[in-house]
Design a protein around this ligand. Structure first.
Ligand code: PLP
Length: 401
């Protein structure tokens, strides 16, 4: 037996990269093409138009950048800010930590608002800092919508309310890497200036596309932003948009066809149904965790994430052992605990192209692993709690009604 390929399908339940649907795999299985032929610009035009829907924007300008979430961060920051600019950033877990590290290395003056891991961004502190900043020294608020390391979703509508209340002009930059296409996200309504995601998350594509969307205010900010940028310069894209050829450099043809197929699948299901499915899977996972007698890393219900659940294990268990054993014995891939919560939590990613029975397979696998490593789980307890909810709430598949 091959070491990597176990029998049957791998149950991929890390919170990104996620399963790629068959339709997307097939759409990408094609030869290279001349990206300067009329076909690729024509397809790019539809992609740029359609991708706005996942951000819920009509006024935003999207960029499809050959990069990952980390590059998308850099694109958002360098196009809108200048070195030395004061920004507020929330540290609540590993991904917000990494973004803050990038912000510091790009020489911004970062005011870090830190919370315990498992808590959301402290928006009371934000309100007092914004209230005090009468001369508008603060140039941007940077926030991770969904902290993938701890399973915490921040309240973006409140950030907008605070900025509006004090009529503060700071740019609102949002990492939507593990939220966009899965959680409620409203770029225009919440006045988000730059939103970004990565293709390997809820869009269910391979890694390699950073999808960034800029508001008119963010585009205006590029005119005065002095950060050095070359590969990520939005102006290069805009120049080619104007010419109707769209690409300042060679795009991955396969990823473009994949994105077309991924968007078509999402639209066929209906974006609101996609969000409802994530809400259902998130709730079912949390019910299973409760039935196992384990705790959610997320400390308050208002922050519960519908794309990833970080589960705290008792002190006598190393959560990395759970992840290792799940993969070695059951061909189940779970997320490790990262940094501060390494060894203390394991994560179930429930985002992207995923259905109810797949999740139940994962939950059954987790029960077996828990038993393996000596946790007194009652077999079927989590599966039963999740099934009861899912049996009650799963609608007919939209395209089969
Ligand atoms: N932001 C969040 C919330 C993430 O979960 C991740 C990766 O998991 C990133 C940013 C970084 O993305 P990438 O690994 O694609 O660079």
């Amino acid at each position: 037996m091959d070491y990597v390929n176990g029998p049957g399908r791998n149950h991929l339940f890390v919170p990104g990269p996620v399963n790629i649907p068959e339709q997307v795999l097939r759409a990408m299985n094609r030869n290279n093409e001349d990206y300067r032929s009329p076909a690729i610009p024509a397809m790019t035009k539809t992609l740029l138009e359609d991708v706005k829907q996942i951000f819920k924007t009509t006024s935003g300008t999207p960029f499809l950048i050959p990069t990952t979430g980390t590059g998308a961060w850099e694109s958002a920051l360098t196009n809108t800010l200048s070195p030395g600019d004061k920004i507020i950033s929330f540290l609540i877990g590993q991904f917000s930590l990494l973004w803050i590290d990038q912000q510091k290395r790009l020489n911004f003056d970062v005011d870090v608002v830190e919370s315990d891991w498992g808590h959301g961004a402290n928006l009371e502190v934000l309100a007092s800092k914004i209230a005090e900043d009468k001369s508008h020294i603060i140039k941007a608020i940077c926030i991770v919508h969904n902290e993938t390391a701890t399973g915490v979703t921040n309240n973006l509508a409140t950030v907008r309310k605070i900025l509006d209340h004090y009529q503060h002009p700071a740019l609102f930059l949002v990492d939507g890497v593990s939220s966009i296409c899965a959680l409620d996200f409203r770029m225009d309504e919440w006045g988000v200036d730059v939103a970004l995601t990565g293709s390997q998350k809820a869009l269910s594509l391979p890694t390699g596309l950073g999808i960034v969307c800029a508001s008119p205010k963010a585009l205006e900010a590029t005119k005065t932003a002095k950060s050095v940028r070359v590969f990520f310069d939005w102006n290069d894209y805009l120049k080619f948009y104007k010419m109707g050829t769209y690409w300042p450099y060679t795009p991955s043809i396969q990823l473009l066809y994949g994105l077309r197929a991924a968007l078509d699948l999402l639209f066929e299901e209906g974006l609101e149904n996609v969000l409802a499915r994530h809400a259902r899977l998130g709730k079912a996972t949390r019910l299973a965790v409760e039935a196992w007698g384990l705790k959610n890393c997320t400390q308050k219900e208002e922050w519960f994430s519908d794309t990833v659940t970080a589960i705290v294990v008792p002190p006598y268990i190393d959560s990395a052992e759970i992840v290792k054993r799940a993969w070695k014995r059951y061909n189940l891939s779970l997320g490790l605990g990262l940094n501060k919560v390494a060894g203390k939590v394991f994560r179930i990613g429930h985002l992207g192209n995923l259905n109810e029975l797949q999740l139940l397979g994962c939950l059954a696998g987790v029960e077996m692993v828990l038993k393996d490593i000596g946790y007194p789980v009652k077999f079927g307890s989590g599966v039963a709690a999740a099934s009861a909810l899912l049996q009650n709430s799963t609608p007919l598949i939209p395209s089969r009604i």
